[in-house]
Design a binder for this molecule. Structure first.
Ligand SMILES: *[C@@H]1O[C@H](CO)[C@@H](O)[C@H](O)[C@H]1NC(C)=O
Ligand SMILES: *[C@@H]1O[C@H](CO)[C@@H](O)[C@H](O)[C@H]1NC(C)=O
Ligand SMILES: *[C@@H]1O[C@H](CO)[C@@H](O)[C@H](O)[C@H]1NC(C)=O
Ligand SMILES: [Zn+2]
Length: 437
């Protein structure tokens, strides 16, 4: 059975695809649900990823034809599809992509050229927690937004076993080159009950350090491999590696690709376990207890990873406490939809100004509403404006979480360092050699 967003004609077209090209488009769990992590089929951004003239044809995940269609590591922007370059150029020409200088990073927090203030409304860097109305940082009161970064990876099997057994839905912020390296695990995530897929870029770089073209290539190639491996679904949400984005990067994701950022309001720093100076499972448990025993307003979006079994175990260890404290666990991508199973409103967006209340309105609706009639590249709803346009309407960076902050971990959103790419690549090489062994 196909998901409602896919038309009958698409169904017929796909039914005619020879078996050799069959792929996991049947997704009985997702098919009962409205569009959530992926755009409605009418959304114009599909034009950038559609392949084939007469209905879509998809290669078998893991087959040579599938594997050869994607970059191995960091994509070469010069070689990306012309349609993507044209879409970027159109957005730039329309003034939708703010001209903010690229930052530099030597593996630590990115640094902008002298005179560029990352906290200014024009730049609004996520590293010092500058928020835009379109960003998702918080969950509604009483909700624990569930999600994991950096899959499919070494902790994924253990995590998926647990999520399946406990019927817990989560958002998986996937890395494109890891999907290419481990399509079976990706497909397992896609088919899991309640699982949602989101974009975590192709090779996990600091996005504000990249040119517009390279930002686009990082996002679009990840969207392409997800699209091609999920029967043509185009993701609506992404999370910047190291939490590094600004108005320029936001606008490329939003205006060209129709994607919105999901950040977090608490950080376990689980990735650093086992590293010199890294956190410990005891420290994670202590932070979790503090957040979970605290007030339910604002709800929690906790940064966690499916990097390895230890990071997964840290989540598993917290689940009894999440339940005992009465938190409702919901996949982060569904917090925004406003159609949570119990009828609750969607995610808490930012206040319009530094004193207003946060709104329980549904940002996700704009993305799944009637298809915009404007040009193919204008993915924005009339009610929504680009990051650039909203630059004046920020935010209350220090007052997002009413309580529960207090120890030195919770205030540390600015020290997002995750494994640097070299250490990710070392793990990646291990994965490859394990796979080949
Ligand atoms: C990137 O792609 C272009 C166009 O295909 C090619 O000329 C160039 O050599 C590539 N650069 C690298 C570093 O592979
Ligand atoms: C992680 O857990 C998975 C599934 O439980 C198991 O197959 C794998 O061997 C574990 N990895 C390590 C390094 O212990
Ligand atoms: C922070 O939020 C609280 C509760 O909403 C409010 O009373 C207080 O004035 C806010 N503080 C600032 C600095 O905005
Ligand atoms: Zn990451």
């Amino acid at each position: 059975m196909l998901a409602p967003p896919f038309s009958f004609s698409a169904f017929v077209a796909l039914s005619l695809v020879p078996l050799a090209q069959a792929h996991p488009i049947e997704n009985p769990v997702e098919s009962r649900l409205p569009t959530r992590w992926f755009h409605h089929e009418d959304h114009p951004v599909h034009a950038l990823f559609r392949r084939g003239d007469n209905g879509e044809q998809f290669e078998e995940p893991g087959s040579p034809a599938w594997t050869d269609a994607y970059p191995v590591l960091t994509p070469n922007a010069t070689a990306m599809p012309q349609a993507w370059k044209d879409a970027l150029k159109a957005a730039e020409d329309a003034g939708k992509i703010p001209r903010i200088p690229q930052s530099k990073s030597d593996g630590d927090d990115p640094v902008y050229p002298k005179g560029v203030d990352p906290e200014s409304p024009e730049v609004c860097s996520t590293t010092p927690k500058c928020r835009q109305p379109d960003d998702i940082w918080d969950a509604p009161a009483g909700y624990f937004g569930t999600g994991f970064d950096d899959g499919p990876y070494l902790g994924s099997s253990m995590l998926y076993d647990f999520l399946e057994e406990k019927h817990i839905g989560a958002t998986h912020f996937m890395i494109g080159m890891y999907i290419r390296a481990d399509p079976a695990t990706f497909v397992r995530a896609f088919n899991m009950e309640g699982a949602d897929i989101a974009v975590h870029t192709y090779s996990h770089l600091y996005m504000t350090t990249l040119s517009n073209e390279d930002v686009l290539a990082q996002l679009a190639w990840t969207m392409q491999i997800i699209h091609d491996t999920t029967g043509g679904r185009v993701p609506r949400y992404w999370r910047p590696p190291y939490g590094d984005a600004d108005n320029r990067v936001r606008a490329i994701a939003k205006e060209v690709l129709g994607m919105q950022i999901i950040m977090w309001n608490q950080d376990t720093e689980d990735w650093s376990m086992g590293q010199t100076g890294g956190t410990t499972k005891e420290q994670i448990a202590k932070s979790m207890s503090q957040w979970l025993a605290g007030p339910k307003t604002t709800g929690l979006i906790v940064l966690e990873h499916e990097l390895n079994n230890a990071t997964v175990q840290a989540f598993i260890d917290a689940v009894p406490e999440i339940e005992a404290n009465g938190w409702k666990m919901v996949s982060q991508a569904r917090l925004a939809d406003g159609d949570l199973d119990n009828g609750q409103a969607g995610v808490w967006q930012n206040a319009a100004d530094s004193t207003g209340d946060v709104n329980p309105m549904s940002v996700g609706d704009s993305a799944v509403g009637p298809a915009p009639t404007a040009t193919e590249n204008d993915n924005s709803n009339p009610d929504e404006t680009s990051g650039a346009d909203d630059a004046g309407a920020t935010t209350d960076p220090d007052n997002h979480s009413a309580t529960g902050e207090g120890d030195d971990q919770s205030g540390s959103l600015s020290s997002f360092s995750q494994p640097s790419l070299p250490s990710c690549l070392a793990l990646f090489a291990t994965l490859i050699s394990l796979t080949l062994a």
